[in-house]
Write a protein that binds this ligand. Structure first.
Ligand code: NDP
Length: 399
């Protein structure tokens, strides 16, 4: 029986709150806090039964966070606000002796760059305080790290090649929208690509490398090589990897819109002065695009995210593919959210549950693949994310 504080009441926050509320034997008391109180209240009302308390908090402000945490006294904070708030929330957790979990690594607002160094630097302070911080516990990062750890534990002596493949074959009926926070999403996609090969990072131009990859129950989709944050921790935690890449699908219409927005300067994070006010074009663009949490109702189709791995077992080459397919309409029916929010929120709830029940423990800052993957893999289907595996079959990414 534990108290949990969820910070961020967007698409993902809604799913985390609903899923935690459905497990009262672990999450006895829940508070949902965010910048806009009305969004928390709306979610709490929809859940009903006075299960979820609400509060307004500016998560950029450590003192406000400390005050809120001291008032509510949660055992763990689930951070599903934006990556900009990771460090302030970690700082507040340290000051109040509270465990921490998030789903995306820290990014400074003024540089489109994400890496774990800022959060890994907190390891000793969390360790000395006897606290646990779990980084990147959504789907990717999150389940993709757990899939990799599970493969390494049960199927391989050494893993050599890892391809994380992320397909959204859904259609939300809008001309252009992003599936999670538009600002964070567009920053991620418009950066240079990067992958790991033979001990070093190889950089590519944004979306330069692409090819069709076949996804289960979906078929072939054009997939683009991106840099994604879990690659950084996975190559560190699995040093036998000779190559690690991340692929994501985009439709041609999405790419066309993105190119135009980029060409006209709307994806820039450099402020421009407009009628005496400094505005960041990308922040303005976010304000006019649909909110990810509003995309659910008309969304049809599935996501398919998995890991395709090649390595060695008992001296022989082995291949392994593990994946989850998630249906947008089914997610919406269950929690009023599309599959991207669903596949992020469910793992965040499971990670918090494993920490609170002692199945995942440790002192310091850890990425998910450093824990025992088995209890997590067991809980995934129980809470709505069934997974499938194929052993020693040709890998679709290699075609
Ligand atoms: P949304 O934009 O829908 O929600 C973000 C929420 O955070 C909003 O409620 C927002 O408040 C709140 N927020 C922003 N700034 C502050 C602040 N300073 N203080 C308090 N609250 C704040 O995003 P999503 O729900 O789609 O994504 C949430 C997180 O999940 C992001 O970090 C994203 O990167 C991550 N993510 C991870 C994935 C994974 O697989 N690992 C996949 C998808 C998302 P307001 O409503 O006022 O704007």
């Amino acid at each position: 029986m534990s108290k949990v504080l969820i910070i961020g009441a967007g698409g993902v926050g809604n799913v985390v709150a609903r899923k935690c509320a459905s497990v009262p034997e672990v999450f006895s008391d829940i508070m949902l806090a965010s910048r806009t109180l009305s969004k928390c209240e709306q979610i709490a009302r929809a859940i009903g039964g006075d299960r979820v308390k609400t509060a307004k908090v500016d998560a950029d402000n450590v003192n406000e966070l400390v005050e809120l945490i001291n008032r509510f006294k949660p055992e763990i904070v689930i951070n599903v606000a934006l990556p900009y708030q990771d460090l302030t929330i970690m700082e507040a957790c340290l000051q109040t002796k509270t465990h921490y979990l998030d789903t995306a690594n820290y990014e400074p607002r003024d540089v489109a760059k994400f890496e774990y160094s800022w959060q890994w630097a907190y390891h000793d302070r969390f360790k000395e305080a006897g606290l646990l911080a779990i980084l990147g516990c959504g789907f990717d990062p999150g389940v993709t790290g757990i899939f990799t750890a599970y493969a390494a534990k049960h199927y391989f002596d050494e893993i050599h090649y890892l391809d994380i493949v992320d397909c959204n074959a859904g259609d939300h009926g809008k001309a252009f929208a992003t599936n999670f926070n538009p600002e964070i999403n567009i920053r991620e996609i418009t950066q240079n690509g990067r992958y790991w090969e033979n001990g070093k990072w190889i950089e590519t131009k944004p979306l330069e490398i692409h090819k069709p990859i076949k996804y289960p129950e979906i078929g072939e989709r054009e997939s683009y090589l991106l840099y994604h944050e879990e690659l950084e921790s996975l190559v560190k935690n699995f040093p036998s990897l000779k190559r690690a890449r991340f692929w994501m699908t985009f439709g041609s219409q999405y790419i066309n819109f993105l190119n135009v927005l980029q060409e006209v300067g709307m994806t820039s994070i450099k402020p421009v002065n407009f009628k005496g006010v400094d505005i960041v074009p990308l922040e303005f663009l976010k304000a006019v695009l649909p909110e990810p949490s509003s995309l659910g109702e008309e969304y049809k189709g599935q996501t398919s995210i998995g890991c395709q791995i090649k390595g060695i077992k008992d001296g022989k080459e082995r291949t392994y593919y593990v994946w989850n397919n998630c249906d947008h309409a089914k997610s919406y029916k269950e929690v009023k959210a599309q599959a991207i929010s669903y596949t992020t929120g469910v793992p965040a709830m499971i990670g918090a549950m494993l920490a609170l029940t002692g199945k995942w423990s440790g002192k310091g800052v850890f990425n998910v693949e450093e824990f025992n993957p088995d209890p997590f893999m067991e809980k995934l289907p129980e809470y709505g994310l069934p997974w499938n595996e194929e052993i020693d079959k040709p890998l679709p990414v290699e075609k």
